[in-house]
Design a protein. Sequence first.
Length: 356
Amino acid sequence: MLIHLAKPWIGEDEQRAVAAVLESGQLVQGPLVERFEQSVAALVGRTHAIAVSSGTAALQLALRALQVGPGDEVLCPALSWPSPAHAIRVAGAKVRFVDVDQDEWNSTAEALREARNGNTRAAIVIDQFGNPARAEQIREALGALPIIEDAACALGSRFASGPCGSLGKISCLSFHPRKILTTGEGGMCLTDDDDLAEKLRMLRNHGQLRGEFVVAAGNFRMTDIAAALGLAQLQRLDEMVARRREIAALYRDAWGGEIDLQRTPDGSESNYQTFGVVLPQGHDRDTVREKMRERGVEAGLLSFAIHKLGSFAGSEASLPIAEHLAARGIALPLYPQMRNNEVEAVVRCLRGVLHE
Ligand SMILES: Cc1ncc(COP(=O)(O)O)c(C=O)c1O
C-alpha cells in the first residue's frame, strides 16, 4: 500500500452539497458561488472575493485588472510552480526573477527591493508552501508598488499582522486538490478596492459589465458545484489546518536538525500545505524518490526553479538558492486524514533510504 503525497478530504457533507446543486439545476455562477465568496472574504478579512476557475486564472486576471502589459516588468520569486511567472508572460510583461531566502524559501523584502527598477509595475509575493512571506517588511520595502499576493497555498496561514490573503492589493487563492481546501479546480481573487473588484468580475465573465460587453475577455467563472464543495470544506478548515500542524510537528521532531526544513518567520503560522525537506549532499533526489516509492511512500518534487524551465529557455538569470532547493528538495506526504503511524512510516522510510 502506498502512502500518498496528498489526498483531498471529501466526506458526506461534500457529497450531499454537490448532489443538492445538481438537483437545483443552477450549476454556474449561482447563489453558492456568492456565498462561498462572502465566506472566504469574511475569513480573510477582505471586502471583496471574486471566485474564478483556478489559481492560475486568478493571477492572470489580477495582472490584467492592474493593467500590467508590454513594457512592464513584474517581480516574481524564482522558486514556485510556474503559474505566477507564466501569468506575467501571458500579460505580455517581463518577469524579473528574484531569489528566495535559504531558510524561509520566500523572497525577502531586501531582495525584492534590490530587483526593482524603473520599469517595475508590480510584484508577485508568494507564501510558498503555505509559509507566510514577511508581509510587513515587504509592504514597507515596496511602498506604493502594487503587490499581488500569491496565496494559492496559504489559506489558513497567518502573518504576524493577520491572515495570509490580506497582503496583496489583490491576493490570489487556489482550490486545486493539492491545496488546503479544494473545489476540484478553482481559485479566487481578494481585494478591498471596489473598482478592482468590479473589473475582476467583468474580466472573469467575457468582459461584461452591467449587461454590456465592454472589453474582450474570456470565461473564468466558477461553477456552483465547485462552490458547494468549497463551502462544505470551509466548515472543516480549522480542523484540517490543526491536523496539518500536528503532522508537521511530528516530522519536525523526527528530523531535529538532521535535514534542512523550511523555517516560518517568528510570529507567523504556516498551514503546512507542503512539507519539504532538502536532501543532504551526496543523495540524488530522483533516486531517493524512487527508492521511497518502492518502499511504499510517495514523495513529490518540492518545486521548480522557474527560470530554468523550457518556457523561460534563454534566461540567463542565476538564482542559486532557488536552484539548490529545486534540485535537492522533496515533498513528504501530508494530509489531514494521515494517521500518526503513517507519519512514522514515512520518517522510517526516508531515514532508511538516506542511511543505507
Ligand atoms: C504558488 C502557486 N501559485 C499558483 C498556483 C496555481 O494554482 P492552480 O493549480 O489552481 O491554477 C499554484 C499551484 O500549484 C501554486 O503552487
